[in-house]
Design a protein around this ligand. Sequence first.
Ligand SMILES: [Zn+2]
Length: 169
Amino acid sequence: MLRPIVRFGGPGLHAPAARVDRFDAELHALIDDMIETMYAAPGIGLAAPQIGVARRVCVIDLSVGKRGGEVITLVNPEFVERTGMQLEEEGCLSLPGFNATVPRPERVVVTGFDRDGTPRTVEGTGLLARALQHEMDHLDGVLFLDRLRGIKRDIIVRKIHKLQRSGKW
Ligand SMILES: [Zn+2]
């Protein structure tokens, strides 16, 4: 089922999400909805708070579903390693129309669980490392906007407020 994506300023997007403790049918339905919503958007990643669910779950697929079997589902993910630095443009389904260059570590190692509760480790460099950090930030209520320096952030926030006032957000 497609779920509406919460935009900047919306409920739950700016608060930390709770750990998942049951790997049950409800979790599986949530993950299926997240994957479907991510592909439809289309996007390469989605975190549960972006569809209004305050749980530590995220999905990533750099191929946006074009190559089968590439979706990564992570429940309760944690960083084990973060090394290097990359500077690339980044966007977010909760901030449609906005992009900014965000500094991120170049390589990360993440541990977490798959949809059935089996532990898994994911190592990523470049775009995958960026996507992992971006989605895991969502689980802590952090948007890429919050990682920008003051003026850059202020300019985007002001533009969003303008869109909100005119009912276009
Ligand atoms: Zn995002």
